[in-house]
Design a protein around this ligand. Sequence first.
Ligand code: T4K
Length: 380
Amino acid sequence: MSSERPAFDQPIHVGRPNIARPDEFLRLVGGALDRRWLSNDGPLVREFEARVADYLGVKHCVAITNGTIALEILIKAAGLSGEVIVPSWTFIATVHALQWRGITPVFADVDPETQCLDPESVRSKITDRTTGILAVHLWGRAAPVAELEQIASEHGLTMLYDAAHAFGVSVGDRMVGSFGAAEILSFHATKFFNAIEGGAIVTNDDELAGRARLMRNFGFSGEDNVISEGTNGKMTEICAAMGLSNFDGLDELIAVNRRNYEAYVAGVDGLPGLRILPIDSVSRSNYQYVVLLVNEDSPVTRDDLLAELRRNNVLARRYFWPACHRMEPYRTLQPDVGAELPVTERIADQVIVLPSGTAVSEDDVRIITGIIGDAVGRGA
Ligand code: T4K
């Protein structure tokens, strides 16, 4: 490792928030303050829901506090119980949401090319206790929707998707968000399209949307009448203001991500043992997560490369290492399941997620790929 000055004076983050229209955000927040209406199904939340539903071509968008609570509410509203099949190769929230609801997450392996669920592995995990499949459109690559929905319908299972990474993504003409019984979205600050904290359940199912809407507000139907179990999953007006203002810059945000993605692909091209995970399972992408794969034949290990990036103030991430089955409580509850997840185990040791978004310029990407190229050249 060299002792030179870092390439960047300030840290370059994977999740630096995009704030597309700060003036519009402040204007909308000002309106909320004037109205003194800050939460509980306010006008900005309603407008945000309508825009998301319209953009995705779905009947219902139920805005929620964040993606994790959206998962928990959806899992309950959809009536899942027993066992649900899920990838271990995802952010821990996907799996925790099942466990939190008292459901056993049953881990299936993923496809090495898309890093999304492998339908054959899903089939092999179905038992008498299985009630659903919770697939993830990881990195905004689409899960194999046709195959998974076929399996779900053959076995009478509920098909849900975690689309936390996949806002703005389409499969053919159909936007992600409109598949299965329902999907969840995340609008966390680190997502390319953010509402500070935020999430949503999107669905074409009227009854499911109605149940989710009730559960989001403690089960209240009217002022004094609670008609179901519930929790507090409400989005604030301030968060909706950020979401609405970012909507106005959505195409620009995707264009910046695409520019950076293409600069990374060009910068890594030809480096031995390295490649950027391609985007070919979708028709339209948000180019949000730039995933570098460090293969076994790379002259530099994944962790040494990460250390070199970090020494240069590039705060790249090993998302989602270690895979969920290697974190608590799953590693204690299912200690041997790794043997059934060979692809997950392999790719968890190969991945580095690189910084992108509006805080990262094309020149920054050139410097970052230069650091990577030098590390590969030195073999350390
Ligand atoms: N399903 C999937 C597949 C998900 O990936 C996620 C969340 C969810 C479900 C759940 O959705 P939410 O409940 O979060 O809505 C981050 C995010 O917190 C999380 O939303 C996201 N996925 C996950 C992939 O990444 P951390 O623990 O890695 O965040 P942290 O604090 O390390 O921040 C990442 C980088 O961004 C750091 O370098 C700091 C920087 N940053 C962060 C924030 C919040 C900033 O520069 N400014 C900021 O405001 O989880």
